[in-house]
Design a protein around this ligand. Structure first.
Ligand SMILES: [Fe+2]
Ligand SMILES: [Fe+2]
Length: 154
């Protein structure tokens, strides 16, 4: 049995490539760095799918995204305590839902050699992560700024 992604019409454009832009910035360097790493991992998964990489490689890249998400969410949740972010509990609950969703995507695609479901999976991952940054992560910037206080004037 081959583990190569089955031959289907070649997708020329990586339709869910994440282009980093200031619109995705939450205004906190450490967090932006985490999010950029996230975007890089998602783009690498996309590249593997478009290049019809071997199935173990695709699964490995998806697992790397899940591991990275777990690590990043824990990072944010540690900072919430420091910043006394009032919505930390509901935000952490959303993190837990996202991890479940990523794991569900992994299990539903784990052995498929078809390209289309993986493209769809990649699109879902991208959407979930980008929406989370834009809808939820941006909300904690205020708590960070309150915690940090004004920058000293040189
Ligand atoms: Fe985040
Ligand atoms: Fe978050």
């Amino acid at each position: 049995m081959t583990t190569e992604i089955a031959s289907e019409p070649q997708v020329e454009t990586p339709i869910w490539k994440i282009e980093w832009s200031e619109a995705l910035s939450v205004g906190i360097t450490d967090i932006d760095e985490d999010h950029k790493r996230f975007a890089r991992l998602v783009n690498e998964l996309n590249r593997s799918i478009v290049d019809r990489a071997q199935l173990p490689e695709i699964r490995h890249r998806l697992q790397m995204i899940i591991d990275d998400a777990v690590q990043h969410f824990a990072h944010e949740e540690r900072l919430f305590k420091e910043w006394q972010y009032p919505d930390s509990q509901s935000h952490a609950a959303i993190h837990a839902q996202i991890i479940k969703k990523l794991q569900a995507i992994m299990s539903s695609n784990v052995s498929t050699c078809l390209n289309a479901p993986w493209i769809e999976a990649g699109l879902q991952i991208k959407t979930v992560l980008i929406e989370h940054i834009l809808k939820e992560d941006v909300k904690y910037t205020k708590s960070y700024l309150n915690h940090r206080g004004p920058l000293p004037i040189n």
